[in-house]
Design a protein around this ligand. Sequence first.
Ligand SMILES: O=C(O)c1cc(=O)[nH]c(=O)n1[C@@H]1O[C@H](COP(=O)(O)O)[C@@H](O)[C@H]1O
Length: 241
Amino acid sequence: MHNRVIIALDFPAAQMAEQFLDHWRGEQKPFIKVGYQLFYSAGPQWIAKRKEEGYPIFLDLKLHDIPNTVAKGIESLGRLGIDFLTIHASGGRTMIEAARLAAEATAGRERMKLLAVTQLTSTDQQMLNEEIGIPGTVEECVSRYAQFAQKAGADGVICSGQEVSRVKQATSPSFLAVTPGIRPLGKDVQDQKRVVTPARAIRDGADYLVVGRPITRSADPVKSFWAIVEEIQQLGVGFDE
Ligand SMILES: O=C(O)c1cc(=O)[nH]c(=O)n1[C@@H]1O[C@H](COP(=O)(O)O)[C@@H](O)[C@H]1O
C-alpha cells in the first residue's frame, strides 16, 4: 500500500534530494517522482542510480511537442528503467501514439507506463474557460482527454481527485488515475486549485496519489508520509501489490 503514495521530490539539486531520502534509511524505499527541476540539475544518471538502488521512479517531464520529437525524447529515456512518464494529453492523439510506440521500442523487461496530463490541478473552472479557452466543465474536459488518451495508447492519466470517478467511468477500471493536488485535512493548498484529501481520492478510485510539499516540507517527512498511507489503509480498498 505504501507504494500508492508517490513522493514528489521537488528539490533543486541532487544533494538535497539525497538528504531527504536519507530519512528513509532502513525503511522500505518509497515511490519517488522526479520532476524537471531535479532532472535538469541532477541528470539522467542520477535517476538510473536511484533505480538500481530499488526506488520505483516516476519521471515527470510532461512531454508536449510534435510526435517525432516526443518519440525521440522517450527513446533517449528508455535505458533509465523508469516506471512512469508524463506526457501532455493536449499534444493530441498522434503524439500519444508515437509516445507509446517509442516506449514499446525501448522497453527492457518492463515497459514504462505513459500517463497523460489532462488539466493541471492548478487550473480551475474559470481559468479553463477564460484563459485556456476550453468551454464546458473541468470534469467534462478531463474525461474527454482521458478517453482519447486511452484510445491513443496511454496507460493512464494525471487528473485531480475531483475527476477521478468520472475518468474511471469514461475509460475502464484498469486505466490508471494518478492524482496530485492531494492535501490532508488542514494543510495549506498553496498553488493548487483542485485539491482533495488522500482518503477521498482513493475512495473515488485513484490508483496512486502524488504528494509533494505536505511531505517534503514537513518537520517529520516519514511521519507525514505514513500518516497519509494510514489514512488510505483505513479505507480497506484492495490493491494488487
Ligand atoms: O504531473 C504531475 O505530477 C502534476 C500534475 C498536476 O496536474 N498537478 C501537479 O501538482 N503535478 C505535480 O505534483 C506535485 C504536487 O506537489 P505538491 O503540491 O507539493 O503536493 C508537483 O510535483 C507537481 O509538479
